[in-house]
Design a protein around this ligand. Structure first.
Ligand code: PGA
Ligand code: ZN
Length: 417
């Protein structure tokens, strides 16, 4: 089979928030690939720029006039060559000219077109025979912070983590039960709770930031007893959204408290210890590498993960590696633009003992590529919600991959197990 690129077709589609986004088809002489770009709401400052001037329409015009003629005739098998060409055509470090989401959609569609041209699934094409490990799903149950509207906890995400599960299907089953039970309990606690959900399908409830820990711990324990394996939970604090640089304080509006950096560290350590929190993402704002390092030194049995801190960027990760800031990293390909850039970040992470956590964005499409990327790159965790269409598209694809692998499938080795 041959993977010579014949054409690129770009169009405007919508994400689950109803925002316009770009989708690209890559057509080779032996196959086809398609990818749509997601969008974040609590974005890191160091992320690439999503679209050039003129928004999605401007991006489509760039694909038609500039990028498609350059990529036609190249071989989709050589992902780095395709991605380097995108960098050259753009000419800036943050994809200002063609747009990071344009680069993302082309890069992912190209990878899929190459796999398809060889009659392989994406995870097999990238990961080869060694790609047999399924990630644990970190599932968003309760939304707060920038992801909620109205009264809600200050912490952005309370994430179920069924780390005792022996298969992905078991793990996802537990997560759906935790999500459901949590909804029932929130209703019991507050009759005004009307079942509202965030873009990621997590509940939005008027519950206190700290009370939410008791509720999560209770529900995870109950479901753990029912399914007979351990279910824990984690957090995405998304602390850049709480940090007020002028005051040099983290402002917890719902809780009515302000914390300086030392108090934030204390608070995080208290929560980790009291509730056996297994995973904490962005506990400090995106420039505070030192506090990440201090928490990583002091926290026991807990992954400390950088999202806005690293923005899937190898240089920023290297800053962290120098002082052991964190021991896990969120991988969002559209934070950096291309699959090759993200792959380099994943490789760097793994070489230095950081767990890569493959992740969706809050504004996403039914694109399922991250399911394949998590398996292809042997990521021990994937963060892609529990319910809601764009999340289910990815979670069901992982169930299919596990089914396809049959008795070769196994669950990842988690440091916190
Ligand atoms: P997003 O944030 O809204 O930028 O996708 C999700 C996250 O902070 O992990
Ligand atoms: Zn995050």
């Amino acid at each position: 089979m041959s993977s010579i690129i014949e054409d690129l077709i770009a169009r405007k589609i919508f994400n689950n928030r109803g925002e316009e986004t770009i989708e690209v088809d890559v057509v080779t002489n032996g196959g086809f690939g398609r990818a749509g770009a997601p969008a974040g709401k609590s974005r890191g400052k160091a992320e690439v720029i999503y679209y050039p001037q003129g928004g999605v329409e401007g991006a489509i015009k760039k694909v038609d006039d500039l990028i498609a003629p350059e990529l036609a005739g190249l071989n989709a098998d050589y992902q780095e060559e395709i991605d380097n060409t995108l960098h050259e055509l753009d000419g800036t470090s943050d994809f200002k000219n063609i747009g990071g989401n344009t680069a993302f959609a082309i890069s992912l569609a190209n990878a899929e077109a190459a796999a398809n041209s060889h009659g392989l699934l994406l995870f097999q094409f990238i990961g080869g025979n060694a790609a047999t490990t399924l990630p644990y799903p970190l599932g968003n149950c309760l939304s707060g912070g920038a992801h909620a509207r109205g009264k809600a906890p200050d912490i952005q995400e309370y994430l179920a983590l069924p780390h005792g599960a022996e298969s992905f299907l078991e793990a996802q089953t537990a997560n759906t039960q935790i999500h459901k039970k949590l909804g029932d309990l929130l209703k019991k606690k507050n009759s005004q709770f009307n079942g509202g959900k965030s873009d990621e399908g997590a509940w939005i409830a008027n519950i206190d930031t700290v009370d939410a820990f008791d509720v999560m711990a209770k529900v995870c324990e109950e479901v753990g007893n029912e399914v007979d394996f351990e279910c824990g939970f984690g957090l995405d604090v998304a602390a850049s959204s709480l940090w007020k640089p002028k005051e040099e304080k983290y402002v917890y509006e719902n809780e009515g408290k302000k914390r300086d950096t030392a108090e934030q560290l204390e608070f995080m350590l208290e929560l980790i210890e009291k509730y056996h929190v297994a995973y904490v993402e962005d506990p400090f704002h995106e420039e505070d590498y030192e506090s990440f390092a201090e928490l990583t030194r002091k926290a026991k049995n807990c992954l400390i993960c950088g999202d806005d801190l690293f923005t899937t960027n190898t240089e920023r990760l290297n800053n962290g590696i120098k002082i052991n800031a964190g021991n896990a990293i969120i991988i969002k390909v559209n934070q950096i633009g291309t699959l090759s850039d993200a792959a380099l970040t994943i490789e760097t992470a793994k070489r230095h003992g950081y767990d890569p956590v493959m992740s969706h964005r809050s504004g996403d499409t039914c694109d399922w590529h991250i399911a394949h990327l998590a398996v292809a790159y042997n990521c021990p965790l994937i963060k892609t919600g529990i319910v809601e269409g764009s999340r289910i598209a990815k979670l069901n694809e992982l169930i299919r991959i596990e089914h396809f692998l049959g008795n070769r499938a196994r669950m990842a080795d988690l440091k916190i197990r």
